[in-house]
Design a protein around this ligand. Structure first.
Ligand SMILES: Nc1nc2c(ncn2[C@@H]2O[C@H](COP(=O)(O)OP(=O)(O)OP(=O)(O)O)[C@@H](O)[C@H]2O)c(=O)[nH]1
Ligand SMILES: [Mg+2]
Length: 678
């Protein structure tokens, strides 16, 4: 069985879905070229995708070309959907990386390239949109070779460019393939290109020779290398990921598409050629039907009709309906009922899923994204998918009581499907928050809740401010109620001072002015009081509390009286200790193409950020800045509009800093109004 499992990856909107559509049309899997703008592509089949004109999930599209089955995994481009991208790259055997002939290498290109490196993926680079104005194959080729690590070399050159892009020249064979009549026809190399072809063919030959010791020797000894030898070495190198061939295409005019199909079938490795896969414990599984069964679940989704669908890549053995499989990640057993191969939204039932296939299984509810399924007699675990930390958070508010009751279950379903979402109650603000990879990601999650019958709204989360003291101050707290009968009496003096610890408590009471047995109650009182600072009722941190005086009453003093007295003393002392408001700060790392540096830094300065460093890398630059969290809660959308979707960022908590005076007044006033309004 000849199969090629290929993930189609690249920056947002570079043209992955459109090229997939072109590949399907050229192979006859589709009769008409669907268009993203019209919502008629095979890949972007969900309502959310059609409405937004972007891919949100990875679709598997199936096609046949020259006796080979192609499983094309069309991935989303946006970093919001990193789980879909990484899962697909790992489930396939090679990657087709798209780079725009107009805008070149972008942040999204770099990201998928690094992921493909992480999984040692052989790859082809397609420079697409060659029919667009300002398309420039040679500049972008140089950009690819300068910015993306590894051995990329042009294997094809374009004939014409922009609206005149009408074919490609295959360099090794010195043959042109022109699409002047729609379908591709082979032709001699145009005369005006012969010098250019020889120049780039020589570069390609050099790249091929470098991958093969015997050829290197012949080359250095100036011995003749015949075309067949060269071609075999070329295919071996592409198979093994020692050479990344670059080809120009246009998904809109289909020029170069047939050559790309040939390159995928002849150049990329099959599941068998990929060789054994290794489990976390070092066990290996041969990619053959006779080996013990093993598979990985690379994505799961909830289908309104068939329920949960688990997308699997079968690494070894064969899965048949009713087989008993061990989910080694969850430690449970599953028995798949129905098996399918996929093409867009269509599930085609099949009698088995042998090693090397990408398919789907239903009726296995306890299985999650990233799980390994294997023969219970020979269990193996391939380990979880490494996923980045969320970068954006919203507060979630249920629309009604009944929505609130349903929220937990519905959210659990979302989290099961998508491990890059995080749902929690913020310990400081008490808000329910949902974190994810970006604003689009979170919007879609809220939409999905709606589809599950739970109406919620999302808002910018409250900031968990803190308070502290900047000076040392002392105060007395006296709690005295003695109006006949058993009274209450507690009296203590507290000193508050700044501390590098979160909270410190000590006693400097001498002479028993406050009996030792009440000291813990004083500490408790101080601890309780620090939960609501005097400025705006936020928790107090970095404070040292010392009890150094007081008095007691033999009968009326009690733990509760001293706890109350301590609370009074704490607040009174804090008022005098130059209280300050603290805000959470984050380390923000922004990656953008160099030309946006000025805009991004200018914008960061309006967000009270402190730039800490800039690291150029090829055409992209990483800016690191310490930034108040309050200023970057909606950064995902802002960065997208500043850079036309060409930037990415991550953020990590980095402690607290003092809020500037005027802003403190504003926040305190707002908070006091809220507290007053209850
Ligand atoms: N002229 C021209 N337009 C193209 C080409 N490829 C894609 N486009 C257009 O570019 C836009 C984005 O194309 P998509 O195929 O959705 O891009 P994508 O990479 O799948 O986008 P995401 O899935 O959102 O990352 C659409 O308007 C396409 O019509 C091409 O080769 N030539
Ligand atoms: Mg797409």
């Amino acid at each position: 069985m000849r199969v090629r499992n290929v993930s189609i990856v690249g920056h947002s909107s570079v043209g992955k879905t459109t090229l997939t559509e072109a590949l399907l049309l050229r192979t006859g899997a589709r009769e008409r070229l669907g268009r993203v703008e019209e919502g008629t592509t095979a890949s972007d089949h969900t309502e959310a995708e059609k409405r937004r004109g972007i891919s949100i999930t990875t679709s598997v599209l199936r096609a046949e070309w020259k006796d080979t089955t192609l499983n094309l995994l069309d991935t989303p481009g946006s970093a919001d959907f990193v789980r879909e991208i990484r899962g697909a790259i790992r489930a396939a055997d090679a990657s087709l990386v798209l780079v725009s002939a107009v805008s070149g290498v972008e942040v999204g290109t770099e990201r998928v390239w690094a992921t493909a490196d992480g999984f040692n993926m052989p790859r082809i680079v397609a420079i697409t949109r060659m029919d667009r104005e300002r398309a420039d194959f040679f500049t972008v080729l140089a950009d690819v070779q300068a910015s993306l690590r590894g051995p990329s070399a042009a294997a094809y050159l374009p004939v014409g460019a922009e609206s005149d892009f009408r074919g490609v020249v295959e360099l090794l064979g010195r043959r042109a393939y022109l699409n002047e009549t729609g379908l591709q026809e082979s032709a001699p190399v145009p005369e005006d290109m012969t010098a250019l072809v020889e120049e780039y063919r020589a570069k390609l030959v050099e790249s091929i020779v470098e991958t093969d010791d015997e050829l290197t020797e012949r080359y250095l000894a100036d011995e003749h290398i015949d075309d067949e030898m060269l071609h075999e070495a070329y295919l071996r190198a592409v198979h093994a990921g020692l050479l990344y061939p670059v080809i120009p295409v246009s998904a809109a005019t289909l020029v170069g598409v047939e050559c790309l199909l040939d390159l995928m079938v002849n150049g990329l490795r099959s599941p068998e050629e990929r060789g054994p896969v290794t489990g976390v414990d070092g066990q290996k599984r041969e990619p053959v039907p006779t080996a013990p069964t093993s598979a990985r679940v690379w994505r799961t989704t909830m289908d309104p009709f068939v329920g949960k669908i688990a997308y699997v890549r079968v690494w070894s053995g064969v899965i048949r309906p009713g087989d008993l499989l061990r989910d080694t990640t969850a430690g449970t057993d599953v028995r798949p009922a129905h098996l399918y191969v996929l093409s867009g939204k269509d599930l085609v039932e099949v009698p088995e899923l042998p090693a090397g296939t990408i398919g789907a299984i239903t009726k296995i509810n306890d299985v999650h994204t990233g799980d390994t399924l294997s023969d219970p007699a020979r269990p193996i675990d391939f380990g979880p998918l490494q996923l980045p930390e969320p970068v954006m958070t919203v507060a979630i508010h249920a629309a009604s009581r009944s929505d609130e009751d349903k929220l937990g279950t519905a959210m659990a379903r979302l989290l099961e499907e998508d491990p890059t979402l995080r749902f929690e109650r913020n310990a400081d603000t008490g808000e329910l928050t949902l974190s994810g990879m970006g604003d689009t990601h979170l919007e879609i999650a809220v939409e999905k809740l709606g589809l599950l019958g739970v109406n919620v709204t999302s808002t910018t989360p409250r900031i968990a401010y803190r308070e502290t003291v900047r000076a040392t101050a002392e105060a007395q707290g006296k709690h005295k109620k003695q109006s006949g009968g058993h009274g209450q009496y507690g009296d203590c003096w507290l000193r508050l001072s700044p501390s590098s610890e979160d909270f410190e408590f000590a006693s400097e009471v001498v002479g028993g002015v406050v009996p030792t047995k009440y000291i813990p109650s004083i500490e408790k009182g101080a601890l309780e009081a620090r939960a609501r600072g005097v400025l705006a009722g936020y928790p107090v941190q970095n404070v040292k509390v010392v009890v150094f005086g007081g008095s007691y009453h033999d009968v009326d003093s009690s733990d509760i009286a001293f706890k109350t007295a301590a609370g009074l003393a704490f607040r009174a002392a804090m008022e005098k200790a130059r209280p300050a408001l603290l805000e959470p700060v984050v380390t923000l790392r922004v990656r953008v193409p160099g030309q946006y540096t000025g805009d991004v830094i200018g914008d960061l300065q309006t967000r009270r950020a402190r730039v800490q460093g800039m690291e150029p890398e090829g055409t992209v630059i990483t800016i690191t800045a310490l930034t108040p969290l309050a200023e970057v809660q909606k950064y995902s959308a802002d960065l997208r509009s500043m850079t036309g979707g060409r930037g990415a960022y991550s953020l990590k908590p980095a402690g607290y800093q003092e809020v500037p005076g005027p802003l403190t007044e504003k926040i305190v006033a707002q908070r006091r109004a809220e507290l007053a309004a209850g």
